[in-house]
Design a protein around this ligand. Structure first.
Ligand SMILES: Nc1ncnc2c1ncn2[C@@H]1O[C@H](COP(=O)(O)OP(=O)(O)OP(=O)(O)O)[C@@H](O)[C@H]1O
Length: 123
């Protein structure tokens, strides 16, 4: 293996470690993220029990990852705003409310998609 590709692999691994650290930091600090992770686990267990189809697994995967991603972005924005403007400011509140609203929108969509997928298995 050339020195260049070894260096490349090392860099990729370091990047992955940083990303993993970010996930760990948010799961430690944000209760909502932990709730979303628990919900994801419950959804996966339920999907395995009722044996959803491959396409339904794909839709569920996209849906839960969208909610988790929005929660991560929301947490990042909260930290950016706390860093840039530690004092109370109506605009900071509005920015935080908007990203929280984005999480809410994806969570509501996830519930609706979950109903579409799971209800037919129970009726
Ligand atoms: N510096 C600020 N200036 C004005 N309003 C703020 C400020 N910080 C927080 N707020 C208000 O308080 C709310 C909660 O903000 P906080 O940073 O505590 O997030 P949080 O409780 O972790 O929210 P989430 O449940 O979305 O993770 C914001 O949505 C906003 O309305």
């Amino acid at each position: 293996m050339s020195l260049d590709s070894k260096e490349n692999k090392k860099r990729k691994l370091v990047g992955f470690t940083f990303a993993w650290n970010g996930l760990k930091a948010v799961s430690k600090a944000e209760r909502n993220f932990r709730i979303h992770l628990m919900t994801t686990l419950c959804v996966c267990i339920l999907a395995a029990i009722v044996r959803v189809s491959f396409i339904e697994w794909a839709v569920l995967t996209l849906t839960v990852s969208l909610v988790l991603t929005m929660e991560l972005i929301n947490s990042a924005v909260e930290r950016i705003m706390d860093f840039l403007s530690p004092t109370w400011h109506p605009l900071v509140g509005e920015i935080k409310d908007i990203t929280a609203g984005a999480v809410l929108v994806t969570a509501i969509a996830a519930i609706i998609i979950g109903c579409f997928i799971f209800i037919p298995y129970f009726i």
